[in-house]
Design a protein around this ligand. Structure first.
Ligand code: PEP
Length: 254
């Protein structure tokens, strides 16, 4: 049984005070949210403050990126051990904004995922096709090579610790969501590939959908067989909105 995982990706938003205020408002809204994993990925600068505010709750702290090196002369970078030090349980790697704006490659993502696992941090590995790739019917080919290459360094006995996030680039921050059926089609293909790569354990890997997830559409997305969670940008910035997403299975919301 795969436990749903709902993650907030705040990107480059919220100074420390705003981040802490979010947590203070968010926690009381979650009283009845059980049976799901909740993750918050603030910017690096707010990790410590959010981690402190989350203490005593079951919500996990995540980073939005990491460097695969252990440390050294890498100005401006953050090592996996530094994330351990701040209590991160997860880190997002290979987000499409990092791939397209900062030239991250599948090989680089694979190295980051391996470095995170070596530090007992669960990688959330993002994949997704561009609009042009979808329109030229290359979605499956693109996703398939992203999965194969980005997960190339994940050992079979650690595979249950990873999370895959399928995020069609054309749906991120645009208000355009893939229909639940469109998303399921790709998730099913990813699931099959994970089974081939990791055997039985591939069936346990959680696959999130990301791309304009909102309180209004999360329920239908989560009803799909191979959609195990959501990676949420814009709609995770307000406590009420993210709480409704986390409590997707409750009639009428909070
Ligand atoms: C994301 O940041 O991963 C994302 C899916 O953003 P949004 O929900 O705003 O589309």
């Amino acid at each position: 049984m795969r436990r749903p995982i709902l993650a907030a990706n705040w990107k480059m938003q919220k100074v420390t005070g705003e981040a802490e205020s979010f947590v203070r408002a968010f926690l009381p809204l979650l009283k009845s949210a059980s049976g799901v994993d909740v993750v918050i990925a603030p910017p690096f600068t707010a990790l410590e403050r959010v981690g402190t505010a989350l203490r005593g709750s079951e919500i996990a702290l995540a980073a939005q990126n990491v460097n695969a090196e252990e440390g050294g002369a890498f100005t401006g970078e953050i090592a996996p051990g530094m994330l351990v030090d701040l209590g991160c349980g997860y880190a997002i790697v290979g987000h499409s904004e990092r791939r397209t704006l900062y030239g991250e490659t599948n090989q680089g993502v694979a190295a980051k995922a391996a470095a995170l696992l070596a530090h007992q941090i669960r990688p959330i590995v993002c994949v997704g096709e561009s609009l042009e790739e979808r329109e030229s019917e290359r979605t499956f080919a693109v996703i398939s090579s992203q999965i194969e290459e980005s997960l190339s360094e994940v050992p079979r006995d650690r595979s249950a610790e990873i999370v895959v996030a399928y995020e069609p680039i054309w749906a991120i921050g645009t208000g355009r969501t893939a229909t639940p059926e469109m998303a399921q089609e790709v998730h099913a293909m990813i699931r099959e590939q994970l089974r081939q790569r990791f055997g039985e354990a591939g069936g346990e890997i959680r696959i999130q959908y990301g791309g304009s997830v909102k309180p209004e559409n999360v329920r239908d997305l989560m009803a799909q067989t191979d959609i195990d969670g959501a990676l949420v940008g814009g709609a995770s910035l307000e406590p009420e909105s993210f709480a409704k997403i986390v409590r997707f299975d409750e009639q009428g919301g909070p």
